[in-house]
Design a protein around this ligand. Structure first.
Ligand SMILES: Cc1ncc(COP(=O)(O)O)c(C=O)c1O
Length: 422
């Protein structure tokens, strides 16, 4: 293990213990109180639903105790604390409880990147790097989700957003960015050594802004791949939430990695609390991370076969899979126990399965997560509890991942075993 990793892992374990002890007593107390209140409320509502006469109903309504205020502070207040839902079809089929954080319910940009964008902005504000309504502009290289979260939060806090993204991502994402008032540059996919690669371009644009005498304010490069604020958002948010929502009764976490912030932050927190906890990477075809985790070498067979169609990662999946090791992945890499490869075919079939069986309509990275979680459930055997993420809605993938896929009808009567084998 490198000195760098040791530093992060030890630091995270100490910080994790402190955060968790404080959280535990506070949360247990408020959980009990909230649980009791909710139960009483449900009983009263069930009683009311049986009353047919309007006058009696009105009279009884006054008996209902109205809960004390629950008002969120702006759109940023709607980030985090996402529900943990049981995916019933996958749980029934495997005998394990397969649970998913409904991250698409984050309120600003509707993905886990809301947590990251807010964390990056707050950290920059604390350091005095951003001044609201001064023309300060956040620049970011993103395949879409982080850009959408940044653009929304920038609007709420008085900044501008300028997003550089590859031009082969679903068009819905850049359309949405424009509607949020961001400037968008769609560029040709290129390797990271190319100065016009979308992340490099965003860094250059931020510097050009700061150096310019004509543009008001400064340019800030958000740098989600390397920025500490990324994994920390999951270390202090997603990880503790999973711990609390499961009461600590959880065996494994499965997630894809784009920047690596999610898997690192969650692994660092939950492994500091649960010694036998497993962390498993879900990796789409074309990504080098699978081999990095399993064999320590960044490599994907697609490159050897010469069948590569894209400059980045050769998959229809957006948001996860990468062919370089970023700081946010490196921070938690030693804590990842295993990796599961997921093909595009498996991901598209799983996305359809989730609609057919559960009414859950998600995008490509969520489908990859669910394939890997199901494969892990089969490996571990019945009786285990596995948590994964539902990252974003299928609505953000209509023109690409979901294009030409119909739901309903005979072709969807495919067994889970067949999906996993495809
Ligand atoms: C759509 C989507 N896919 C995947 C991920 C996971 O990526 P990362 O490794 O960058 O945390 C995210 C964000 O968390 C996301 O929003």
């Amino acid at each position: 293990m490198s000195d760098h990793s040791k530093y992060y892992i030890t630091g995270a374990f100490v910080l994790g213990a402190v955060v968790a002890v404080g959280l535990q007593s506070l949360q247990q107390h408020s959980r009990e109180a909230a649980g009791h209140q909710q139960e009483q409320h449900q009983i009263a509502l069930r009683r009311l639903s049986k009353i047919n006469d309007l006058d009696t109903l009105k009279k009884n309504l006054s008996d209902i105790e109205i809960a004390s205020g629950n008002i969120k502070e702006g759109i940023e207040g709607c980030i985090g604390d996402t529900p943990l839902i049981k995916i019933k079809s996958l749980s029934e089929a495997t005998g394990c409880e397969i649970l998913a954080k409904a991250e698409f319910l984050n309120g600003a940009g509707n993905s886990p990147k809301d947590r990251v964008a807010l964390s990056i902005i707050q950290m920059a504000e604390e350091r005095g790097l951003l001044v609201p309504h001064s023309g300060d502009t956040i620049y970011e290289g993103t395949v879409g989700s982080t850009g959408i979260s940044l653009a929304a939060i920038c609007r709420a806090r008085g900044y501008k957003a300028h997003i550089c993204m590859p031009n082969d991502m679903a068009i819905e994402k850049s359309d949405l960015l424009l509607k949020l008032g961001a400037e968008v540059e769609r560029v040709k996919p290129a390797p990271i050594v190319d100065q016009n690669q979308f992340v490099n371009l965003a860094r250059t644009r931020a510097k050009e802004h700061t150096d310019s005498n004509e543009k008001p304010g400064r340019g800030l490069f958000a740098d989600q791949f390397e920025n500490e604020a990324n994994w920390r958002a999951h270390f202090t948010g997603t990880g503790p939430e999973i711990y609390e929502q499961t009461g600590g009764a959880v065996d494994a976490f499965v997630s894809g990695a784009g920047t690596g912030g999610t898997i690192s932050g969650v692994a660092l927190f939950l492994k500091s609390k649960l010694p036998d906890f497993k962390v498993v990477l879900a990796d789409p075809q074309g990504s080098g991370l699978f081999n990095k985790v399993k064999y320590g070498v960044m490599f994907d067979p697609k490159e050897r076969e010469g069948t590569r169609r894209r400059h980045q990662v050769d998959t229809i999946v957006e948001g996860i899979g990468i062919n370089r090791v970023t700081h946010n992945f490196e921070v938690g890499r030693e804590l990842i126990d295993d990796a599961i490869r997921v093909t595009d075919e498996q991901a598209t079939s799983m996305a359809r399965w989730l609609v057919e069986h559960d009414g859950i309509f998600v995008g490509s990275s969520s489908a990859v997560n669910c394939v890997a979680a199901t494969k892990l459930a089969k490996q571990l055997g019945p009786g285990h509890r596995i948590v994964t993420l539902l990252c974003d809605s299928g609505a953000r993938h209509l023109s690409k991942f979901w294009a030409n896929k119909d739901v309903g009808g005979a072709e969807n009567d495919v067994s889970l075993d067949k999906i996993l084998a495809s």
